[in-house]
Design a protein around this ligand. Structure first.
Ligand SMILES: *Cc1c(COP(=O)(O)O)cnc(C)c1O
Length: 475
């Protein structure tokens, strides 16, 4: 590229207006507004100028003699840049990890009924806090409460932002400046910054630790009770297992002790399944119903773990205690918005029909998949990849282990099936990064230096998207 004349190239840069008048840019303006597009046109032109200033000679792509050529180049740069900008922000991704409740990938995908309901009800006005019978003010809690009480046998219930908030509200309302007794074996930390001791102290309560890491006896609790004790707290060790020489006091025993001493007993169930997972061949996880049956005063659980709904925390139990929690001013700060309440209503409604619930709630459906179904799915995905990308990559179907994840059922491993993807001259890491950076990112795991696409967490509608992502990295 001899004879490159910087001055001539700079002269060929069109004025901003000329770029704005191009039909492609007009489309961008219609979508994103004039001010935003102008800002970015100026940015692209500045960048272009700077590059020319820096370079001794322009590479072939940037060697544009004429103004139309430069204009075309700038418009393409603008479109790429804006697309890049729009990519950040919350978006759909494909979970090919086989981890059903992936904490970083939005935990539970919502059932179709919940999504439809959000679409139908939140688009316009709703009776969120309006009583259509009386024409007076209603309560946002009234939509969820009858469903929870029907499904769990609890007397009353309230929904808040997440389970961390639910636990905090219980302690703050019922144990402020008083003692909460917890076993040393249940000082749970959940990913992020949820630690039971911190939550207790921030709630204004004082923590009394009892027992040891591996063993806590009923007498440990009863000996620790003073006239200042407000709550016996049981925390479900939802993301780890204490095994070996262990003992913990059952909820039933804690409830009996609480009754005897007139002390409130609360259980933080964490995952809070409403469905008996042993029916899916999984280990029995205590359900919310099981807890309520013991006579516990309150239980708290998440909406987006084993329940399979939107992010939320539910407190269920004694009416008089729930009424006090409702009146706590902090409850207002962690109340759910309408989309959560709409989605949760739809999800809980699905639980009314035990025969259909597994099929309708995505995470239950994924957990219930049988080996032959997983094999069929893996074969189908493999065939689609093969027929679309004949010979450009290699696939193989292997056994792999899936997980429930999301701090639920620790140590429970599900037998899974995966499509192994190999591409000549590409490392597993390169394939993984390529898939992750696809337009719709596909998130994978690497095992023994091979990229796996675990089919348990893929929906059939995801298959063409996966194929597209693979096609893109092969280019
Ligand atoms: C997950 C979990 C929490 C926190 O619930 P979020 O809904 O994530 O706020 C609290 N306690 C236990 C035992 C948990 O498993």
């Amino acid at each position: 590229m001899e004879g490159f004349d910087k001055q001539n190239v700079l002269k060929a840069i069109p004025p901003v207006n000329e770029i704005l008048d191009s039909p492609e840019v007009i489309t961008l303006i219609e979508r994103l507004g004039r001010a935003y597009v102008i800002e970015n046109v100026k940015l692209i032109i500045d960048e272009y100028r700077k590059n020319i200033g820096k370079s001794k000679q322009l590479d072939a792509e940037q060697h544009h003699g004429t103004r139309p050529e430069v204009t075309e180049y700038l418009i393409k740069s603008l479109k790429d840049w804006i697309e890049q900008q729009q990519k950040s922000g919350l978006k759909k991704i494909i979970n090919a990890t086989g981890i059903v409740l992936h904490t970083n990938l939005g935990r539970a995908p919502l059932p179709e009924q919940a999504v439809k309901s959000i679409y139908e009800v939140s688009q316009g006005y709703s009776n969120l806090e309006f009583d259509t019978e009386t024409g007076g003010r209603g309560s946002r809690h009234s939509h969820i409460e009858p469903l929870i009480t029907r499904l769990t046998g609890a007397e009353s219930a309230i929904i808040v932002n997440n389970n961390a908030a639910a636990v905090f509200l219980c302690l703050n309302t019922l144990a402020s400046n008083r003692e909460v007794i917890v076993s040393r074996g249940q000082q749970v930390e959940i990913g992020g910054s949820f630690r039971i001791p911190d939550i207790i102290s921030r709630s204004g309560a004082k923590m009394t630790e009892v027992g040891t890491t591996n063993k806590t006896h009923r007498s440990d609790y009863s000996n620790a009770i003073t006239s200042d004790t407000a709550i016996l707290l049981k925390v479900h060790t939802s993301n780890y297992k204490v095994t070996g020489f262990t003992e913990e006091v059952s909820l039933q025993e804690m409830v009996e002790l609480g009754r005897e001493k007139s002390i409130t007993v609360i259980e933080d169930l964490g995952s809070g399944s409403l469905y008996d997972l042993s029916l899916l061949g999984l280990p029995h996880e205590p359900t919310v119903q099981d807890s309520i049956k013991t006579g516990v005063d309150l239980v708290t659980f998440s909406g987006d773990k084993l329940l399979g709904g939107p992010q939320a925390g539910i407190i269920a139990g004694r009416r008089d205690l729930i009424e006090r929690i409702k009146k706590n001013p902090l409850t207002r700060m962690v109340r759910c918005d309408k989309t959560t309440i709409i989605a949760m209503t739809a999800v809980l409604t699905l639980y009314l029909n035990p025969e259909k619930v597994v099929e309708k709630i995505p995470i239950l459906k994924m957990m219930a998949l049988k080996e032959h179904e997983l094999t069929d799915n893996a074969v189908e995905l493999g065939d689609i990849i093969n027929s679309a990308l004949e010979g450009k990559c290699k696939i193989e179907i292997v056994d792999d282990l899936d997980e429930i994840g999301g701090g639920s059922l620790p140590g429970v491993i599900l037998d899974g099936k995966a499509v192994v993807l190999t591409v000549e001259n590409m490392s597993a890491n390169e394939i993984q990064v390529g898939l992750r950076k696809a337009k719709v990112p596909v998130i994978t795991r690497i095992n023994k230096d091979r990229v796996l696409l675990n089919v348990r967490t893929l929906e059939k509608v995801d298959y063409p998207i996966v194929v597209k992502a693979i096609a893109d990295i092969l280019e």
